[in-house]
Design a protein around this ligand. Sequence first.
Ligand code: SAH
Length: 393
Amino acid sequence: MSTNLVGLERPQLMEVLARLGVPERQRKMRAQQLWHWIYHRGAKSFGEMTNISKDLRAKLSAHCDIARPEVVMKQKSVDGTRKWLLRLAPDEHGQRHEVEMVFIPEEDRGTLCISSQVGCTLNCTFCNTGTQRWVRNLTTAEIIGQVLVARDTLGDWPALIEASPNPPAAGRYITNIVFMGMGEPLYNTEHVFPACRILADGEGLSLSKRRITVSTAGVVPEIPRLGAETGVMLAISLHATTDEVRDKLVPLNRKYPLNELLAACRAYPGLSNARRITFEYVMLKGVNDSEEDARRLVKILKGIPAKVNLIPFNPWPGSAYECSDWEDIERFAEILNDGHLAAPIRTPRGRDIMAACGQLKSESERLRAKQRRTAESRARTTASGGATITTSG
Ligand code: SAH
């Protein structure tokens, strides 16, 4: 069995090197070189690692690899948002599961939204992913592998950007990473925490901790650990201001009610005006969008350095909710602003390719090959107006 080096932290990587017979005094340096090739140069094979001895390269090629998830489908929205359907390597039962990942380009930054699980256990009633059964946690390699695939597609490797006649303003395409794809990241801390550390490491993927955000529906006991063990930013899928409503929308609330969740937020390390917690609030008509809700939201967030993202509900086939009326969303935002809470209304991105918040679903039954082909030809015939789909593999 070949060992995938993607997603190994330094001590584990040095163990692999030890097994290959690399003398102890060289292991640290070799691990450093491998990280540089994998995370800065985007290397896919050991052959190109010219500063590593031929002998070691041969051993690495024989026993290890640098594996990424396989791209099954790429789609691009009319607004520039991209979505990938990725197929994972076979698990211990030989099953190859799929996950989705989304890239949202903006003027001054680009946000990659990655998945942490195949499916989800939470069953939030307004979320499409919640209708898909939970299958398994992603490994650290699969989480980091998503970022490598996105960088491959976007040409987001330092050498390519340096050579580009038209480089992105921020010096890289992916400037922010959010764990807001499929799954509950705090139910997969074993793999999400190391992934956060590799993303934030200057010799790893080299993103600032302030630009990495883990979003949770509220797994309270893991929140302090996230702060202590990774130091990344926290987002909470709040969506309601009373336990009664939140119990229905986010069933996890029955286990960890609002007062416990907000206490954990208050205690999150390193908060300041410049490092705030993001509270996501999906606007559901007649459910959580009243003026009273807005006033209560101001009250319950008092004292927490906070920002509220108001997310117009994104519909999906079979969903039982409607998006709030635009005036109601604006009124809601105004009340929050009057209460000194920043409350941007998020423009839905990528709705035409089902890439917007809460629309992700990858159950392979959903899009069988035949349907994929139909979707492709539809995209071709609406080439100027619709989404574009490219299929590979
Ligand atoms: N399980 C984590 C990570 C998923 S984040 C969490 O709950 O935070 C995905 C975000 O999109 C969450 O805030 C989720 O509540 C929100 N969302 C889900 N379905 C949505 C929909 N149909 N419209 C808008 N936002 C939605």
